[in-house]
Design a protein around this ligand. Structure first.
Ligand SMILES: O=C(O)C(=O)C[C@@H](O)[C@H](O)[C@H](O)COP(=O)(O)O
Length: 374
C-alpha cells in the first residue's frame, strides 16, 4: 500500500488526465474533511451541501459538519431515508430544492456522506445542479468502496436500476474506515460481495486473500479491512482509468450484475441488498461459465467464496422467472437485442459475452431458484 505520511492514510489515484483524483483510505478521516476540502481548493465563499441518510446522520453527520465549519465552510444538510428507495427522481428533486434554498451556486460543492445510495444520488445531484458542481465522496459502507470510485452516478426508475444517470467524477474519495466499524453484519457481508467481485474479475491472488481473511474481514479488523478496500479500489481505479465511459473493459465490473440488478428490481429494491443480489448473480455467471465449457473450478470456487462470507446463493422462491427475465431486458446490459454477460474464464479472469442464449439464462435462473447444482 502507498501511505500518505501527512494524512497517515493509504493513497490511490484514479488517473483520468486533468480529472484525476485521489482516494484516501484511513482511520478518522471524517474529522479531517474540512482540511481535505481546503487542500482541493473548494471555495469557502459558496455554501456546501452534505447529502446523507437517516442512519449516517445519527452517527457521522456532526463530525463531518463540524470539520467543514471549522475550516470556514457554510454547510447545508439534506437527509434522505436510508435505503435504495431514496435513489429516485423525487428525492433528486428534494435535494435540489434544498440546494436552491441554501443558495448553492456554481462554485459550491456537494458532499456525499454515506453508502452507495447516498453516493449515487448525491453524485447525480452534483452532476445536474446548475449543469454540474464539484462533489466529494465520503463513503461510510464497505459496498461503497466500489460505488464511490469511478463516477457512475444515478437514480433508479421503478422498472430498472441506475437508468437515469451520468458519468461524473468526484474531486476526491475520503474513506474513513472507522465509520465502518458500526455496520450491521448483513451490511458487512453485502459490502464484501463487491470486494470478492474485484478479486474474481481481475486478480486470483486477491480472491485467494479474501477467502483466507474471511473471518477477519467479517469481524471488521480495521487493518485487514483497509488492505482489502485498498486492493479492491485499486482494481476499480485501474479499470476506470483505462475505460471511463464503459466502451468495453469497464463492463467487467458488472460481473453478477445482469442477474443481480434484475433481482433487485423484482424485489422492488427493498428485499435483497445490492451485494446479496450480485452474489446470487455471480453464482449464476459461474454456472454460465460451466455450461459454456470454461474451467471446471470456477463454479465450486465461486460458491465456496460466497458461502464463506454468508452471502445468499439462491434466488428467493417467490420471485417469478418471467419477471426476472423481463427486468433483465430493461437493464443497460441489454442492447441491440442481446444480453451482455460477464463470464468468468478462470479465477481472476472474465470475458464479456453477447452471445449467451436467452433460453440458457432462463434455465440458470430456474436452477438458481430451485437449489444448488455443481
Ligand atoms: O463502476 C462500474 O462500472 C460498475 O459496474 C460497478 C457496479 O458494481 C455498480 O455497483 C453498479 O451496479 C453499476 O451498474 P450499472 O448498471 O449502472 O452499470
Amino acid at each position: 500500500m502507498h501511505i500518505n505520511e501527512q494524512l497517515q492514510a493509504a493513497e490511490l489515484r484514479v488517473e483520468l488526465g486533468d480529472r484525476s483524483y485521489p482516494i484516501w483510505i484511513g482511520s478518522k478521516l471524517v474529522e479531517r474533511l474540512g482540511e481535505l476540502c481546503l487542500s482541493k481548493q473548494l471555495s469557502t465563499k459558496s455554501p456546501m451541501m452534505i447529502i446523507t441518510d437517516t442512519h449516517v446522520e445519527a452517527l457521522h453527520l456532526s463530525t463531518a459538519k463540524q470539520s467543514l465549519e471549522a475550516a470556514g465552510y457554510r454547510v447545508a444538510v439534506h437527509v434522505v431515508p436510508a435505503g435504495e428507495s431514496s435513489k429516485s427522481l423525487s428525492h433528486l428533486e428534494a435535494c435540489i430544492t434544498t440546494a436552491l434554498e441554501a443558495g448553492l451556486d456554481r462554485k459550491s460543492a456537494v458532499v456525499a456522506l454515506g453508502g452507495g445510495v447516498v453516493g449515487d444520488l448525491a453524485g447525480f445531484v452534483a452532476a445536474s445542479y446548475m449543469r454540474g458542481v464539484r462533489f466529494i465522496q465520503v463513503p461510510t459502507t464497505i459496498l461503497a468502496h466500489d460505488s464511490s470510485v469511478g463516477g457512475k452516478v444515478a437514480v433508479n426508475h421503478p422498472l430498472a436500476k441506475n437508468i437515469i444517470g451520468a458519468f461524473y467524477q468526484p474531486e476526491m474519495v475520503v474513506y474513513d474506515t472507522s465509520t465502518l466499524l458500526t455496520l450491521p453484519l448483513r451490511e458487512v457481508r453485502a459490502g464484501l460481495a463487491e470486494m470478492l467481485k474485484h478479486g474474481l474479475i481481475w486478480d486470483q491472488r486477491f480472491a485467494d486473500w479474501c477467502l483466507e481473511h474471511a473471518d477477519e474481514l467479517l469481524s471488521l479488523r480495521e487493518e485487514v479491512l483497509q488492505y482489502g478496500l485498498y486492493a479492491g479500489c485499486a482494481v476499480k481505479a485501474q479499470v476506470v482509468s483505462k475505460d471511463e465511459r464503459e466502451q468495453d473493459l469497464r463492463a467487467i465490473l458488472n460481473l453478477g450484475h445482469t442477474i443481480g440488478h434484475a433481482l433487485e428490481a423484482v424485489g422492488q429494491y427493498g428485499e435483497l441488498l445490492h451485494g446479496e443480489a450480485i452474489s446470487i448473480g455471480m453464482i449464476g455467471s459461474a454456472m454460465l461459465a460451466e455450461r459454456l465449457g470454461e474451467a471446471a473450478d470456477i463454479l465450486p470456487y465461486t460458491r465456496r467464496m460466497i458461502e464463506a462470507f454468508g452471502l445468499p446463493t439462491q434466488i428467493p422462491a417467490s420471485y417469478d422467472t418471467e419477471d426476472i427475465m423481463s427486468a433483465m431486458m430493461h437493464d443497460k446490459k441489454f442492447s441491440e437485442g442481446e444480453m451482455v454477460f460477464v463470464v468468468p474464464t478462470a479465477i481472476g479472469k472474465v470475458e464479456i459475452r453477447r452471445d449467451v442464449p436467452v433460453a440458457l439464462v432462463r434455465e440458470i435462473v430456474d436452477e438458481l431458484k430451485g437449489g444448488a447444482r455443481g
